[in-house]
Design a protein around this ligand. Structure first.
Ligand code: CO
Ligand code: CO
Length: 345
């Protein structure tokens, strides 16, 4: 008799919430000697979504990897979300993803059928993105892990970094927040079924449409909102750009139940890590509840793109974006203040 194994029960932490905090990461990497090459346009020191290497004056290679333990019980959906999330970092750089390698760790408790389903989810996402999975590596281990290493291309002059915002830029976010909180609630059977379905659908959706529209405009900066939460990614954007960010808290799209669940204390561990990392830059000036702040710190798996758009084209940008990506909303703006703060208004 076949027993149904709950994928998330095999994991100690879920999705991008499993990410090691940004502060810890920079400590671990401190002081290593590396090869220098002026063709490396974006490297680790930039805390960007992917690294970028100039091949020639027309072509830049963009590389990234992302993998994590199960965030959902359905193995197909898990595989799909993990692949969509990994590919997203290429989109966040304004690139076109082309090649990928599977990264897979199989736990003893998993049967062949669920392993195949994880991979099928990954292959379906890759096909939809126009990505060739050309190989990979599989090991056995204590917990299931799946993801991709992805390579993509863009014109070197058209690379979108997470820094580069200019005062006056309008910030647009293309997926709702709160996926970490809702999936944490789901582990304790506390999530509303309809909300959960919506979260799954959004996590499984490629940022491809958002990217294709974005590259038609003179966008200043872009990143995808993932493990560091909206606040962590805004903090990196503000620091990297030498600007301050103002978040219009009431305008930030989030799943309706996320704030209620956060108020009940259902907040993933990663949200506290993100708060520890980014809080020194955050200044609450408006009437923003702690629960809503938790939503802003909530680590997202396969989150949306956060795009800084010059004010003169932001209306046209948003209306074109909304036609294809209805969740896209203006969530704030950039100011010239040099103390790299994030004001929650
Ligand atoms: Co990213
Ligand atoms: Co990443």
């Amino acid at each position: 008799m076949e027993t149904e194994i709950k994928m998330t029960k095999l994991a100690s932490c879920a999705g991008c919430g499993a990410k090691v905090g940004a502060g810890t990461l920079s400590r671990l990497l401190e002081g290593f000697e590396t090869v220098t090459d002026e063709r490396l346009i974006v490297g680790y020191d930039r805390s960007d979504d992917a690294s970028v290497y100039m091949i020639d004056s027309e072509t830049a290679l963009i590389q990234t990897t992302d993998f994590f333990p199960p965030i959902v019980d359905d193995p197909y959906l898990y595989g799909r979300i993990a692949a969509v999330n990994a590919i997203s970092d290429i989109y966040a750089m304004g690139g076109e993803p082309r090649l990928a390698l599977n990264i897979l760790c199989v736990a003893d408790a998993m049967d062949d059928k669920s392993v195949r389903e994880i991979l099928r989810g990954g292959y379906d996402a890759a096909r939809e993105a126009g990505v060739i999975i050309s190989g990979g590596h599989t090991i056995k281990g204590a917990e299931p892990i799946y993801g991709l290493s992805v390579s993509g291309f863009a014109h070197p002059d058209r690379i979108l970094k997470n820094c580069g915002t200019k005062p006056g830029d309008i910030l647009i976010l293309t997926k709702p927040l709160g996926a970490g909180i809702i999936t944490t609630a789901a582990k304790a059977d506390l999530a509303d079924k309809n909300t959960l379905e919506k979260v799954y659908e959004k996590m499984a959706a490629l940022n491809r449409k958002a990217r294709d529209i974005m590259v038609k405009y003179p966008v200043s900066a872009c990143t995808d909102v993932t493990g560091f939460g909206l606040m962590g990614h805004c903090f990196e954007m503000a620091q990297g750009s030498g600007c301050s960010i103002h978040i219009l808290s009431r305008k930030v799209p989030h799943y309706s139940d996320a704030a209620e669940l956060a108020a009940m204390g259902i907040v993933p561990e990663g949200a506290y890590r993100n708060r520890n990392y980014a809080e020194r830059g955050v200044c609450v000036t408006g009437d923003v509840s702690l629960a809503i702040q938790d939503v802003f710190y909530d680590p997202q798996t396969s989150g949306g793109l956060l795009i800084a758009v010059p004010p003169e084209c932001s209306d046209a940008f948003l209306s074109e974006m909304k036609a294809d990506v209805p969740d896209a909303e203006v969530i704030g703006y950039v100011s010239a203040e040099k103390e790299y703060r994030i004001y929650l208004e």
